[in-house]
Design a binder for this molecule. Structure first.
Ligand SMILES: [Ca+2]
Length: 78
């Protein structure tokens, strides 16, 4: 879905600029970041009456994987 791909690109750009900080933050706050992504998706579901729930779920998983994998290991976000 376009919006999530866009978000992923932006996250990627930001991450490149602040690599060390981002890696540390994801290591330390992975669960919180994952929770934030879940909340954002739930917000979209709420506003759209769940019509895009399937896309939202996929976007949530992709977003979490992308952020978690910034340090090369899929280990921080459940
Ligand atoms: Ca990780």
């Amino acid at each position: 879905m376009g919006a999530f791909d866009n978000m992923k690109d932006k996250i990627g750009d930001l991450a490149e600029e602040h690599q060390d900080k981002v890696h540390g933050a994801v290591d330390e706050h992975g669960e919180k970041i994952g929770g934030g992504i879940d909340s954002a998706g739930d917000f979209v579901d709420d506003k759209t009456g769940g019509r895009f729930a399937e896309h939202v779920d996929t976007g949530q998983e992709r977003g979490k994987d992308a952020i978690d994998n910034l340090d090369g290991q899929d280990d921080d976000i459940p």
